[in-house]
Every structure is written in structure tokens, then in C-alpha cells.
Design a protein around this ligand. Structure first.
Ligand code: 6PG
Length: 239
């Protein structure tokens, strides 16, 4: 496994540690624009709710935060399973006017998935036009099969793309959009949040460095910015 590994007691402790780390990273980049890419799924919801409630909400200058999606299910944005809907409900809506509306960058999910991927890639290229294409932080999850974002085991992806159309996802829905591994690996920091016993097998495989590497194991940041926040259930006991 690449990066720092921190085993915490339970999902609440994982969310609290992730919150502290995000706030510390923001403090390091005082006054600067901060780009954050968020995953869907159930695990990060505790983090998003913590960030948008007291006392943490008031400690963050939301106006310099730009929130992107690490992956999206190709569904209407108001669908119950939409990632951006979950991000809105847990994080954005409770913040009210503190987060300027233009600072949320949902993945488009109309037209074809290929055209939507092109549009989001163009949005990212415009956002990063003045500097390197590096998210300040990407929040990632891992599925029991070792997928991360919407990068699934056995899927082949074109190189040199930042946003990928994804077909035949084994996790519903089958059609999705995902940041590419190339773009993820350029980030300054990435935090994996992994909780629950159903992740134990995939985590053990990553620890053994089994080949072929599961997609979550192919996340390798150029610098020292990758950390895994894992609960004891996913780790298979106390460390
Ligand atoms: C999604 C995700 C996906 C998720 C993992 C873990 O849209 O489903 O972004 O990659 O992070 O499947 O999901 P859980 O946190 O629900 O276990």
C-alpha cells in the first residue's frame, strides 16, 4: 500500500480525522484558491456533515474552496443515487450562502456520457489553465472489489484524459463518469476513507501488494500526500 496508513476505531473517528486534516490543509494555503474533489458513496457522508456543521463550518473560508466531483453516477442531478445530490444535501445546502454557488462544479449528466466527460474535462482545463492541474485534495473511497472513484478492476481506460466515461460498472448504475488515474495522481493530497468489514479483503490484498494491483492501489501521488484513514473493521482488528 502506498502512503501513510492510520487505523482509527470507527467511522466517526475516521470522519473527525479527515475533517481535521482538511482544515489543516486549508490553513497551509491561507488566502489561496483550494480545489477539492469529492467522492460519492456512504463513507464520506460523515465528513461532509461534520464540515458543514458547528464548530467546523465557521473555521473554513468557504469562498476560496472549489468543490469538484471525483466521480458521478450518470443520473439526473436530483436522482436519489446522484453523488452531487448527496454532496448538496450533506455539505452544500447546510452551508447556505457561505459557499458561492459558482464554487460547486457538478459533473454534467445530460446528453451522452462521452460528451459529458468532454465537457467536464474542458471545465477542469479552464479551471487549471493558469497553473499545474493539481487538486489540492481528493477524497476517495474504496469498494469491496478495490475500485476507487469509478475506476473498476479490469476496466481499460484511454491515456491522456482527465475525465473518463465509464460503461459497465459492476456497482450500479452501470454508466458513470470518473476522474482518471492520471489526474488523481497529480493531486497534492489524497485521503482514502475506508470503513467496514466488507473492505477487509481488498485492504488485505493491497497490503500484500497482490498483482494485478486493484485500482485503489494504483493511486500514487508524486509527493508525500497520500493517506489512508481506515477503521478497525476494515483493517481486520486493532493495528
Ligand atoms: C461511488 C463512489 C465509489 C465509492 C466506493 C466506496 O460513486 O459509488 O464514489 O467509488 O467511493 O464505492 O463506497 P462506500 O463509501 O459506500 O463504501
Amino acid at each position: 500500500m502506498n502512503g501513510e496508513i492510520l487505523v482509527l476505531s470507527d467511522p466517526a473517528a475516521v470522519a473527525e480525522e479527515a475533517t481535521r486534516r482538511l482544515v489543516a490543509l486549508l490553513a497551509e494555503r491561507q488566502g489561496e484558491r483550494f480545489s477539492l474533489a469529492l467522492s460519492g458513496g456512504s463513507t464520506p457522508q460523515r465528513l461532509y456533515r461534520l464540515l458543514s456543521s458547528p464548530p467546523w463550518q465557521a473555521q473554513i473560508d468557504w469562498s476560496r474552496l472549489h468543490i469538484f466531483l471525483a466521480d458521478e453516477r450518470f443520473l439526473p442531478p436530483d436522482h436519489a443515487d446522484s453523488n452531487v445530490r448527496m454532496v448538496r444535501e450533506t455539505l452544500v445546502d447546510p452551508l447556505g450562502a457561505a459557499l458561492p454557488a459558482a464554487n460547486l462544479h457538478p459533473m454534467p449528466t445530460d446528453g451522452t456520457v462521452e460528451a459529458s466527460a468532454d465537457r467536464y474535462e474542458a471545465e477542469l482545463r479552464a479551471f487549471f489553465a493558469d497553473g499545474p492541474a493539481r487538486f489540492d485534495l481528493i477524497v476517495l473511497g474504496m469498494g469491496p472489489d478495490g475500485h476507487t472513484a469509478s475506476l473498476f478492476p479490469g476496466h481499460l481506460h484511454p491515456q491522456d484524459r482527465w475525465v473518463l466515461p465509464v460503461h459497465d460498472s459492476p456497482k450500479p448504475p452501470p454508466t458513470r463518469l470518473s476522474l482518471s488515474l492520471e489526474l488523481i495522481n497529480q493531486a497534492r493530497h489524497a485521503l482514502f476513507l475506508v470503513t467496514g468489514a466488507d473492505k477487509a479483503e481488498a485492504l488485505a490484498s493491497l497490503r500484500r501488494r497482490d498483482e494485478p494491483a486493484l485500482p485503489a492501489g494504483t493511486v500514487r501521488l508524486a509527493e508525500d500526500g497520500l493517506a489512508w484513514l481506515v477503521d478497525e473493521a476494515a483493517w481486520g482488528g486493532k493495528p
